[in-house]
Design a protein around this ligand. Structure first.
Ligand code: SF4
Length: 81
């Protein structure tokens, strides 16, 4: 079961209150659009004080969608195995 501690880091997230579409791809996203969206997400993550906690959370929970801690789903995939 998720606990409050598990999510506490999100209170300091640089993306807090932002439109989540920067971090999560729409179903029909084209390659160029994906590249621009991911770069925009990475810029936010680069200045985020909880980046490591975010990436760690995504890896531990085997999150399969979105940019977490500056890492795309493709970049996290090898670390999940
Ligand atoms: S690392 Fe990126 S996705 Fe994670 S909380 Fe920070 S800004 Fe949001």
């Amino acid at each position: 079961m998720p606990t409050l501690e598990m999510w506490a880091w999100q209170g300091s997230a640089a993306c807090r209150g932002m439109d989540s579409s920067v971090f999560f791809a729409p179903p029909d996203e084209r390659s160029e659009a994906r590249q621009g969206r991911v770069e925009a997400a990475r810029r936010v993550c680069a200045r985020c004080p909880v980046r490591d906690a975010c990436a760690d959370f995504a890896l531990r929970t085997q999150e399969t969608h979105g940019v977490w801690g500056g890492l795309t789903e493709r970049e996290r995939a090898p670390r999940r195995r």
